[in-house]
Ligand binder design. Structure first.
Ligand SMILES: NC(=O)c1ccc[n+]([C@@H]2O[C@H](COP(=O)([O-])OP(=O)(O)OC[C@H]3O[C@@H](n4cnc5c(N)ncnc54)[C@H](OP(=O)(O)O)[C@@H]3O)[C@@H](O)[C@H]2O)c1
Length: 250
């Protein structure tokens, strides 16, 4: 599959979907800025990609001013980012018997603040060039408040809706926007989960699907189709029916 991007930036590139996507793009001729906090992992990734195709970028997306400044600087020095993927994210359950503000704040800082700063940091350059592609990794969890995951679901709902608004605004400026909503993927994020994970995909499979959806310029890509159908059904349920069924989903 031909990839037309020259310069791409992927956050959360030290593991899972972000690492896979950085590698996927690098093997298709992109120059990839791979961002995360664990630099040793990013150095490993460089070794797995074609020579000089990946640059490791130290970034804590929860630090919004620094994220904005770093992305803007890369955009100016590399000749312009064509693709920015806001992928960095964490999962955390919410136990309503023992709610913990620090954990919730961390979740919001990474998933909401981090994704917003990543996307915002790239907009000015793309708009001024009249060209570019912004991508955010949301989740099927964005569609309903799932049991024990109120914070995670809400953070992904933010990402999905934010991307939709950007899509509408940026179209006339020549900038494409894609929201990716994966179901369960076998990555570090849910490695410790004891919950059932229906229609679980392997990482490479998910990365390939995401890469192809980006390249074809999908507005929104919800996958796998079985999960899209399941969450679509849950989404269409009246609240009373959903409330009766939802506790069993956890
Ligand atoms: N796996 C799934 O089933 C699934 C399903 C739907 C959506 N998603 C979404 O897909 C995205 C990738 O998740 P994954 O499954 O690939 O998980 P993962 O393997 O745990 O990767 C998460 C990545 O995010 C980075 N990250 C975390 N906190 C960060 C921070 N403060 N600053 C910068 N980077 C940070 C991590 O890098 P460092 O720790 O090195 O910084 C890591 O590279 C997430 O947004 C997740 O919500 C995953």
């Amino acid at each position: 599959m031909e990839v037309l991007y020259k310069n791409a930036l992927v956050t959360g590139a030290s593991s899972g979907l972000g690492r896979g996507l950085a590698r996927w793009l690098a093997h298709r001729g992109c120059h990839v800025f791979a961002a995360a906090r664990r630099m040793d992992r990013l150095e490993e990734l460089k070794g797995q990609a074609p020579p000089n195709s990946v640059e490791a970028v130290s970034m804590d997306v929860a630090d919004a001013p620094s994220t904005l400044a770093t992305i803007s600087k890369i955009d100016q020095t590399c000749g312009g980012l064509d693709l920015v993927v806001a992928n960095a994210g964490i999962g955390d359950a919410l136990d309503v018997r023992n709610p913990n503000w620090q954990r919730m704040e961390r979740l919001i800082s990474v998933n909401v603040t981090g994704a917003t700063a990543t996307l915002l940091g790239a907009i000015s350059g793309m708009v001024s060039r009249g060209h570019g592609h912004l991508v955010g990794i949301s989740s099927v969890a964005a569609y309903r408040g799932l049991p024990k995951n109120a914070g995670y679901c809400a953070s992904k709902a933010f990402v999905s809706v934010f991307l939709e608004g950007l899509r509408v605004d940026l179209k006339r400026h020549g900038v494409k926007v894609t929201a990716i909503l994966p179901g369960f993927v076998n990555t570090e994020l849910n490695a410790k989960s004891k919950n059932p994970m229906p229609f679980l995909l392997q990482e490479d499979d998910a990365v390939d699907r995401i890469g192809r959806a980006i390249v074809r310029g999908a507005r929104k890509y919800v996958f796998p189709w079985q999960m899209a159908l399941l969450i679509g059904t849950a989404r269409a349920m009246p609240d009373g029916v959903y409330d009766a069924i939802a506790p069993r989903l956890g």
